[in-house]
Design a protein around this ligand. Structure first.
Ligand code: MTE
Length: 313
């Protein structure tokens, strides 16, 4: 079996701005020819069985410095491959991200199974540079490539009973050695309220740094909800269901007193065992203040108006 290991070069170090936007058109230009030898191989935008279509820069991106490809792909939480930060990069080569499909059903008028190719065609792909704040107190800035989750949900036409969305990761102890242990209840599950799921900031990510997602980051498709703690961003999704009752999530089920359904980044509500007021950006020494809703308050605060965020943590 051939094993995909992402290359260890940070393309931002060698790829000029704009190349991501329309690599093929750009490469046809004279400037492209002159620089071609400096660029990573065409394979940079592909993994076995996956080729990312052209994508566009999103207006929702932060202008902050990005973490490096190396940092983003070597410091991970993906308990299906071990509980240490380095385990996923080491062990996730056993995951087979192709062929892949996502079953979308529940309270919808048009349930459907999407294969990866049809998912990639649902909406123009965008590069979204988002802050990710982990509940453990660290953060990163990650250039995802993805599409709004709303584009997928609109295809299946949620009914009025579809008040929440439940997500499920692949269950395969053969591919995911961590599932042979009982560190969490498998498969990993997550949930969002329907308005959170339909929010334009909520994306399904299929790539980072212009390439298909490496296995350790949740290949081939994972959720990213930038105003919530990182654990809400469930990886390697195989099922999405619209449901009437609030679904549970793996961390809530595991330790309900510490991890709630909402899990919005909130510097004013401490985790029972540590403060959430500050965070350490990976690669930096000193701490910085954590921002309400991870800095996305202007876009999302209205969804929680009138809710007691200490109670609904
Ligand atoms: N998804 C699955 N299936 N299994 C996991 O263990 N860990 C979560 C989340 N998604 C996890 C998961 C946690 S705790 C975090 S902080 C983020 O993934 C980390 O995403 P990253 O490794 O891409 O930074």
């Amino acid at each position: 079996m051939s094993v995909y290991r992402p290359p260890r070069i940070d393309p931002s170090e060698i790829t000029p701005e704009g190349v991501y936007l329309n690599r093929r058109d750009w490469m046809q230009g004279a400037a492209g020819l002159a620089l071609a030898s400096l660029l990573p191989a065409e394979a940079a935008a592909t993994a076995p069985g996956i080729t990312l279509p052209t994508f566009y820069k999103s207006r929702y991106s932060t202008a902050e410095d990005k973490n490096s490809y190396e940092q983003i792909t070597s410091y991970n939480n993906f308990y299906e491959f071990g509980t240490d930060k380095g385990d996923p990069a080491e062990n996730a080569h056993t995951l087979r991200p192709t062929p892949w499909s996502v079953e979308v059903g529940g309270e919808v008028a048009k349930p459907r199974r999407f294969d990866l190719d049809s998912l990639l065609k649902l909406a123009p792909l965008e590069e979204r540079i988002y802050r990710l704040r982990c509940v453990e107190g660290w953060s990163m800035v990650i250039p995802w490539v993805g599409l709004p989750l709303a584009a997928l949900l609109k295809q299946v036409e949620p009914t009025s009973r579809g008040k929440f969305v439940e997500f499920t990761t692949l269950q395969s102890p053969e591919q995911m050695p961590g599932q042979r242990t009982r560190v969490l209840d498998w498969p990993y599950v997550e949930g969002l309220r329907i308005d959170e799921a339909m929010h334009p900031l909520t994306i399904l990510a299929v790539g980072l740094y212009g390439r298909p997602l490496p296995n350790q980051n949740g290949a081939p498709i994972r959720l990213v909800v930038p105003w919530k703690y990182g654990f809400k961003s469930i990886k390697s999704i195989v099922r999405i269901r619209l449901v009437e009752q609030q679904p549970t999530s793996s961390w809530t089920r595991s330790i309900p007193s510490e991890y709630g359904f909402y899990s919005n980044v909130n510097p004013e509500v401490d985790h029972p065992r540590w403060s959430q007021a500050t965070e350490r950006r990976i690669g930096e020494f000193s701490k910085r203040k954590t921002l309400m809703f991870n800095g996305y308050a202007e876009e999302v605060a209205a969804m929680y108006k009138g809710m007691d965020l200490r109670r609904y943590y």
